[in-house]
Design a protein around this ligand. Structure first.
Ligand code: KMH
Ligand code: ZN
Length: 274
């Protein structure tokens, strides 16, 4: 079994400081949270930027600031969001790709997202896939519903996504796939052999799905974007606290944790920068 890749999804576009006071929002806070997660065992950071008022932004320059601050501290894989917030325009969402990150997310379909709708028409998905291919950016395929795997496979057939495909099953978003163990198994059984996958369990789904992924040979995403609690009714103290728990469970279950260099090798990413 490959070593375990832990992704820390630090901020997201939906959670606010009023809900989670430790939410990292400024570039400085995000970089410092990223470094803490790196020291705790994360090898990828999934980043959403915020402007100076705390509102989600897809500004290339804010992402650049965050990326440079993280790079000055450690060799974490920087994975910006191209999902942004549900109200961002497609062109805005694509801005962080201009930084040529090693990796970026690619949402593979439309779904309800709480009381909103997260729009990703086939044209939009192809637009992002094309840009990522051209710039040699490894896509992480965000799957909120089973049908999104089929969308990704169609793109693969068209040559817009290369094998092996890396999926992130985002399970438990209200309005999309629930986050039961059986939902994860169904997803895992639906992807081509040789693919890699991680799971982002939303809210109370985070811990059981992470544990199951460790056992199944998948990878794990945790962080305030997905879940702000450590236990029922108890807010987590930091993103790093959530990473540290995954590391402890992995150790107990006999699964080694990957460094960023090992994660690059598992995912077939050639380090671009530095
Ligand atoms: N904030 C969600 C609407 C991604 O980062 O690529 C979309 C999202 C997916 O978080
Ligand atoms: Zn995200």
């Amino acid at each position: 079994m490959d070593k375990l890749i832990i992704t820390a999804a630090l901020t997201g576009a939906e959670v606010m400081k009023e809900q989670q006071p430790a939410l990292p929002v400024s570039p400085e806070e995000i970089a410092s949270a990223a470094y803490e997660c790196f020291l705790s065992g994360a090898s990828i950071v999934h980043i959403h930027a915020r402007d100076s008022s705390g509102r989600p932004t897809q500004s290339r320059e804010v992402y650049r600031d965050i990326m440079e601050r993280i790079r000055s501290k450690c060799d974490l894989i920087f994975q910006p969001s191209t999902g942004g917030a549900v109200w961002h325009k497609v062109e805005e969402r694509a801005e962080p790709l201009e930084l040529d990150p090693e990796m970026a997310t690619l949402s593979a379909g439309t779904c309800n997202f709480g009381s909103d709708v997260f729009f990703n028409s086939e044209k939009t998905i192809e637009y992002f896939a094309h840009k990522m291919k051209k710039r040699n950016i490894k896509p992480e395929i965000e799957v909120f519903e089973r049908g999104m795997i089929e969308n990704a496979l169609r793109l693969h057939k068209k040559g817009l996504i290369e094998s092996p495909i890396h999926f992130d099953f985002v399970l438990g978003v209200p309005g999309a796939s629930p986050g039961g163990i059986e939902d994860l198994i169904h997803m895992v059984n639906s992807i081509p052999p040789g693919s890699t996958w991680t799971v982002a369990g939303i809210g109370r789904n985070e811990l059981p799905l992470a544990t199951f992924a460790i056992l199944l040979g998948g990878h794990v995403r945790v962080g305030f974007e997905d879940n702000i609690y450590y236990a029922k009714g108890e807010l987590a103290l930091s993103n790093a606290q959530l990473v540290q728990r995954v590391v402890r469970i992995a150790e107990e279950l006999g699964r080694d944790v990957a460094t960023p260099a090992e994660a690059r090798s598992i995912l077939g990413i050639r380090r671009k920068d530095l």
